[in-house]
Design a protein around this ligand. Sequence first.
Ligand code: PLP
Length: 399
Amino acid sequence: MSVPHEYKGLQTQAIHGGEGPDPRTGASAPNLVMSTTFVIDPDISFSANELAEDAPYVYTRWGNPTIDQLERKLAGLEKAEAAAVFASGMAAIMGLFLHCLKAGDHLIMTDVAYAGAAELTNDVLPEMGVEVTKVDCSDVANVVAAIRPNTKLVYAETPANPILRLTDVAALAELTRSKGIKLVVDSTFATPIGLRPLELGADYVVHSLTKYLGGHGDAIGGALLGRREDIAGVRTLGIHLGGVLSPFNAWLIMRGMATLPIRMRAHEEGALAVAQYLEGHPKVTRVVYPGLPSHPQYELACRQMTNFSGMIQFQTRDGAADARALADRLRVIHYAVSLGHHRSLVVYLPTDNLLRSSFRMTADQEAAYRAYAGDGLFRLSIGLEDAEDLIADLEQALA
Ligand code: PLP
């Protein structure tokens, strides 16, 4: 569903965007409409391909009032013409790939990305006849060198999961636009509070709503945002694929999103305090956080990001042993995958595993990754607890 950008302030948009009091009951909070079907006029079209934007609701896989409200709120925050939500971030990514790529096309994929997205491009896309080249997109020259006549899409992620490498979206967008190639940015780590890739020239933005946007670790979802006509095509495809978001999850995510700007400020404040603490810890050999002057791309972080988010990457001399200690001893921080929740989460990502199962890089890329990540790294997602409690928890667990 497409929207006007209703409010100037992002916090107002997060609260009121896409919703309003129920015209019949006056209910102030959005209704949760779980109905799978809607009473219709016999003349209505049954083809998803012929659905007008303002068509009445027919069946929840095609459209649902609660899901529409979430899409409008999201589009307003990301300043996108339109948003389409999916059952997960991965469903949004696959929907985008199917929309943009066909057999014989070429995808330029960032060499470091969320492992699931990386794995999708390792086997599934090539089996469908799509050529994939992995490059370090943080250097535009690598992307220039990889472009072929059949290149249709460049896929970047910033900050990149898990190493927090940044990509200059404006510089990359200038290149892709000049070549007639579409650019998608997975902005899950940054959220619309930290970065708005469409304003910098990207064509699509992907979010795992499971992370900061939902914010509470209780609902999986994904979203794709961009121009109205592009999103309309993806939406029709999504209806056929069937990976639609449950209205209940849409309602939970929307409720979480109402506090997104406030939460992101708190995530950033907590992450900076913990990152500074870790920098001084004798067992810690490296800390990477976009808000620290020691981040290798700190200048770009300050130029491009309006919030540094809550993700920290750190390394210790014996990561595998320290992972065991953290899993056994942490009392506040949960040793668990995922990120962006109000609860802090940490997980150790061994380099051999990631390279074997997910990244599958060229020898040069692998050498660069090993030099950067050593045997493995900790991905720490700072929640909304008091920083002093998080620091005390790490202090006793890393002792
Ligand atoms: N993109 C990023 C950066 C992620 O971290 C994840 C999941 O961790 C995804 C996409 C996939 O999202 P989901 O788990 O909602 O499918």
